[in-house]
Design a protein around this ligand. Structure first.
Ligand code: DAH
Length: 339
């Protein structure tokens, strides 16, 4: 009988080795371990008819073999496991192949400029403030001392949404919102998007970015304005940049100035970007108009301040020699990946 058992063992081993699917393994299981007619069970059933000295050893061996075949069957089945978990753990790809390279993204050049300018003003202890892009006419015009008949209020200069709402056309709005909430001293810049229905060309887009600045305290003077803006221009464009303050007019500042820098592309010699003049306008600025202080409840006799506004696209174009504003918004990676 022991011989018969070892024959069965070898046969079961062979059969399992040849099995090519889970179904075949199941058939083998029934053949050897099945309750009715299974090869091992037939042996166990035959034990009582054996000579008494063989019964116990045969029973033991038959049980050992039964467990052994059971274990082989489970192992073999594991090899065919098709559950989701099994297919995840089994490598279905060639691990020796080089990996798929996913290029790193990076910040948009305009975001880089905004971050750089934020860094410069943070060193001067200016706070960074934000305001809504959908604004009320009051913040975009009235509180900024912009009269009802001012051309910037025309439909062709501002996107109106109805009900005195509009897409803000300047970030000067944030000055008012901050002064309404805080008492002086104030030192802030406000970066953000602004919107104007301009015809799109190489220098104009209907959405662009501005950074507004404001400093209010007792005794703030025009020389503080000059100092801060000179420091800013030198940090952003380099120490050898030259600045020129030209008298100008803005409703919310008095006196007002437009500020040019020596053209960073031709170093002041004259080129197409600076229209051969050697200078490019980069900023509007001035001393805060007393009417603006009245609108926010500050005493214009006690406080003075300066404000300025600059265009982020223009500053970026000048620094890197970019000649078309549309490049910022076309999402062309050949352009963006250069920054
Ligand atoms: N808001 C002005 C514009 O969009 C820019 C500006 C000019 C802001 C002078 C200022 C300022 O704060 O003092 O053209």
């Amino acid at each position: 009988m022991q011989e018969r058992l070892s024959e069965i063992k070898n046969q079961a081993k062979d059969d399992l080795a040849k099995a090519g699917s889970i179904e075949e393994v199941e058939t083998i299981k029934t053949r050897y371990l099945g309750r009715k007619g299974g090869v091992i069970n037939e042996i166990i059933k035959a034990i009582p008819s054996l000579p008494s000295e063989q019964r116990s050893s045969t029973g033991k061996s038959a049980n050992i073999l039964k467990n052994e075949i059971g274990r082989w069957i489970e192992e073999k089945k594991g090899g065919f496991d098709t559950s989701a978990e099994a297919s995840l753990t089994l490598p279905s790809f060639d691990v020796s192949q080089p990996g798929e390279h996913k290029p790193y993204g990076h910040k948009h050049p305009l975001t880089q400029t905004i971050d750089e300018i934020k860094g410069i003003f943070k060193k001067l202890c200016f706070d960074i403030e934000y305001g809504p892009e959908v604004e009320h006419e009051y913040y975009n015009f009235d509180a900024l001392n912009i009269p009802a008949d001012h051309p910037s209020r025309e439909d062709f200069d501002t996107f109106y949404l109805g009900n005195k709402r509009l897409l803000r056309s300047q970030t000067s709005t944030v000055q008012i919102r901050v002064m309404e909430k805080k008492k002086p001293p104030i030192r802030m810049i406000a970066p953000g998007k602004v919107f104007r229905p301009d015809t799109v060309d190489a220098r104009h887009a209907s959405m662009f970015h501005q950074i507004e600045g404001l400093m209010v305290d007792e005794g703030v003077s025009f020389s503080d304005l000059k100092y801060v803006l000179t420091l800013f221009a030198q940090s952003y464009f380099g120490q050898d940049i030259k600045m020129r303050f030209r008298p100008s007019f803005f409703p919310f500042t008095e006196p007002s100035a437009e500020i040019d820098i020596s053209c960073s592309l031709c170093k002041g010699k004259g080129c197409s970007v600076c229209s051969q003049s050697g200078w490019v306008e980069v900023l509007g600025a001035g001393m805060v108009d007393p009417n603006v202080f009245n609108a926010v409840g500050y005493d214009p006799e006690k406080y003075t301040g300066f404000a300025f506004g600059m265009g982020v696209e223009r500053l970026t174009m000048l620094k890197y020699g970019i000649d078309n504003i549309r490049l910022f918004f076309e999402n062309d990676l050949r352009f963006l990946s250069q920054f």
